[in-house]
Design a protein around this ligand. Structure first.
Ligand code: HEC
Length: 111
């Protein structure tokens, strides 16, 4: 079990979550829209850069077709796709929230 491989991402994740909480933004709303996606993305961009630049083995996720983005997130949530951290991340979102994230990241231009 690669404990250290998991520890750092989890630390980053909890950091991202506390930043999100500290920002005092309103709770998750209606969903499905890009603005909601931008808000939810606060949790992702500690690892996945919004610029689409790839760093340290973390894949770029901008500019994807929305359906592909949603399919990949659902595959993580259903544990069909392997990666403990992304499985935990993906499983937290409703279908509307995944659609919102897909709309937001899909709207960003790859470098
Ligand atoms: C702690 C770092 C971290 C956070 C936070 C994180 N991810 Fe990831 N993500 C990764 C890593 C590492 C991978 C590569 C996993 C693999 O090898 O399957 C990945 C993979 C992905 C992929 C698949 C990329 C590909 O090319 O196949 C998507 C889509 C994705 N993440 C979306 C998100 C979204 C959306 C969020 C926020 C809700 C998020 N991630 C939060 C680290 C993170």
């Amino acid at each position: 079990m690669p404990a250290t491989r998991l520890t750092r991402p989890l630390l980053l994740l909890s950091l991202a979550l506390s930043i999100e909480a500290a920002a005092g933004l309103p709770a998750r709303g209606a969903g499905g829209d890009r603005a909601l996606g931008a808000y939810l993305a606060g949790e992702c961009v500690a690892c996945h850069l919004p610029s689409g630049r790839q760093v340290g083995g973390i894949p770029a996720i901008v500019g994807w077709p929305e359906t592909s983005f949603i399919a990949v997130m659902q595959a993580y949530a259903a544990r069909q796709r392997d990666h403990a951290l992304m499985q935990a991340v993906a499983a937290k979102f409703t279908a509307d929230e995944l659609a919102a994230l897909a709309a937001y990241f899909g709207s960003l231009k790859p470098p």
